[in-house]
Design a protein around this ligand. Structure first.
Ligand SMILES: NC(=O)c1ccc[n+]([C@@H]2O[C@H](COP(=O)([O-])OP(=O)(O)OC[C@H]3O[C@@H](n4cnc5c(N)ncnc54)[C@H](O)[C@@H]3O)[C@@H](O)[C@H]2O)c1
Length: 477
């Protein structure tokens, strides 16, 4: 640099450093998200790195070679499989009744004004643009729920995602009431109250005294039986499971559950509403915890067993990194809340005692009011909370990462086969669609069944792969 002037040589050095820094950052993102398991993402960064020192022709040639190599890989086929699931299968849900049976929804009622209910109110009013009424057990909670929706609409306004007029109209459509008579002209009422069968049955029985016989009664339950919830009603045929995932605005999946008595018109209405809400709906049989939670809990349960047996927390939790999941099982438990994980785990244990265990340590941990295993220091370094380590009684049979991974994958392969035998969903494709859209499992892995097939786990556990050759793998020549 002469008199503050930047020389061409200096500029070249700066550009080179910026390039190196960008490549290093891209590598660390790819590594963090895929742990080396997605060759496509790794190749894309390699090509960018190569571009710095090479001309366009060599760049094109390298791209062609890279594509030729990846085209014949099972991972690429798994990515194409996911693309078809999300873009085709999700648009025409397997088993959904004729859409002409759907009834129109001109007003929505929401029971409960808590975490899920407030998010549901926002989604319904934004997408359906019809009156939405919220209720809860006291005025304070009702006001908090309505206040949340209004504040979120104001945020959309400040980001210019809705016009001032539009925001006013949306806000005017959302109201709260302590009196369930406010639901008398609602066509679709969804409950998101505490996850207890008795409470939900009582809420539906009370609603039935106000709404018309055709009004849909939907439940956002994560694990309870739709059939049991409807059993004491005069019109059980209008009850459907309508299971959203938290955060509602982010996760596109909707598990729509048919109870034993649910009729086609109610189910068709549920699918039509799901479409208006711009969610991807999958039809699920009324079985404990449906699809996503059942599989996540089976997976988590297996990891917790290895910790109970003596495996260090970090070894057990990191063992699944090669799958490229959006977060580790114990981090997910921390996000969902250990009390909810325990509650759903208990429901599953009741339904399937042989396969779903409830860790005594987890129960102790929840009782002690602990919110998670992991704590982070100011630099972002993660370690197990010493109080949790102290509280957790561990055995003396630790597993290695490979053993933990093998056990968790075997468990999930077994559970998926049982779910398919039980008819929880129509096909393995629906399981993958649910895991991609409801749990953020990697698109490039095809959800999970292509991975289980490719790594030989399906064959070992169930004696056969889930998918025919060529469906999510390179067809045998
Ligand atoms: N939290 C999640 O991540 C999640 C995800 C999917 C589904 N769910 C399900 O959604 C439902 C609600 O969960 P949440 O996390 O929003 O709970 P929450 O505790 O935040 O909200 C529940 C609300 O229901 C109210 N309530 C209880 N009994 C009532 C009654 N009889 N009448 C009216 N209101 C009543 C409570 O006062 C509370 O405000 C549960 O069934 C849960 O399993 C939760």
């Amino acid at each position: 640099m002469v008199n503050g002037e930047v020389t061409p040589a200096r500029r070249e050095i700066d550009r080179g450093q910026a390039w190196d820094a960008a490549i290093a950052r891209a590598k660390s993102i790819v590594d963090g998200r895929t742990h080396g398991a997605s060759p496509g993402a790794t190749k894309a960064v390699e090509l960018l790195e190569l571009a710095r020192e090479n001309d366009l022709d060599r760049g094109y040639a390298a791209e062609t070679d890279g594509l030729a190599e990846l085209l014949m890989s099972d991972v690429l086929r798994a990515g194409l499989y996911s693309f078809n699931l999300v873009n085709k299968r999700a648009k025409r849900p397997a088993g959904a009744p004729d859409k002409s049976l759907a009834r129109k929804v001109n007003k929505v009622g929401i029971v409960g004004a808590g975490l899920m209910a407030s998010q549901l109110a926002l989604l319904f009013v934004r997408r359906l643009k019809v009156p939405v009424v919220l209720t809860d057990v006291d005025q304070e909670r009702v006001d908090k729920g309505v206040g949340y929706v209004h504040a979120e609409i104001d945020k959309l306004l400040s980001k210019k995602r809705v016009s001032p007029d539009g925001a006013n109209r949306l806000k005017a459509l959302v109201s709260g009431s302590l009196d369930k008579a406010a639901f008398s002209d609602a066509d679709f009422v969804i409950e998101a109250v505490f996850e207890e069968l008795g409470v939900k049955q009582q809420v539906f029985a009370e609603l039935e005294q106000h709404v018309s016989p055709e009004a849909i009664l939907a439940t956002n339950t994560s694990s309870l039986s739709i059939t049991a919830m409807a059993s004491k009603l005069r019109h059980p045929e209008r009850v459907v499971g309508f299971h959203f995932f938290n955060p509602v605005a982010v996760l596109p999946l909707l598990e729509i559950v048919r109870g034993e008595q649910t009729d086609d018109a109610s189910l068709a209405t549920a699918f039509a509403v799901g479409k208006q809400l711009k969610k991807s709906s999958v039809l699920v049989k009324d079985a404990s915890a449906f699809v996503v939670n059942r599989l996540l809990l089976r997976f988590l349960g297996e990891v917790l067993v290895t910790v109970d047996e003596g495996t260090p927390f970090d070894v057990a939790d990191k063992a699944l990194e090669p799958l490229g999941l959006p977060m580790t099982p114990l981090t997910l438990m921390q996000l969902v809340g250990p009390a909810i994980a325990l509650h759903v785990g208990e429901t599953l244990h009741e339904a399937f005692p042989d396969r779903f265990t409830v860790s005594e340590n987890l129960a102790k941990f929840v009782k002690a009011g602990k919110k998670g295993v992991w704590i982070w220091d100011a630099q972002g370094n993660q370690s197990a909370d010493p109080e949790v380590v102290e509280l957790w009684t561990q055995g003396d049979k630790p597993s290695t990462s490979e053993q933990v991974r093998d056990r968790a994958l075997s468990a999930i392969a077994e559970e998926i086969r049982i779910m398919l035998d039980e008819g929880v969903v129509a096909e393995a494709q629906d399981i993958d669609l649910c895991l991609i859209l409801g749990a953020g499992w990697p698109f490039w892995n095809g959800g999970i069944t292509p991975y289980l097939d490719r790594t030989g786990v399906s064959e070992r556990v169930n004696g056969k792969p889930f998918l025919a050759p060529g469906v999510a793998s390179v067809p045998a020549s």
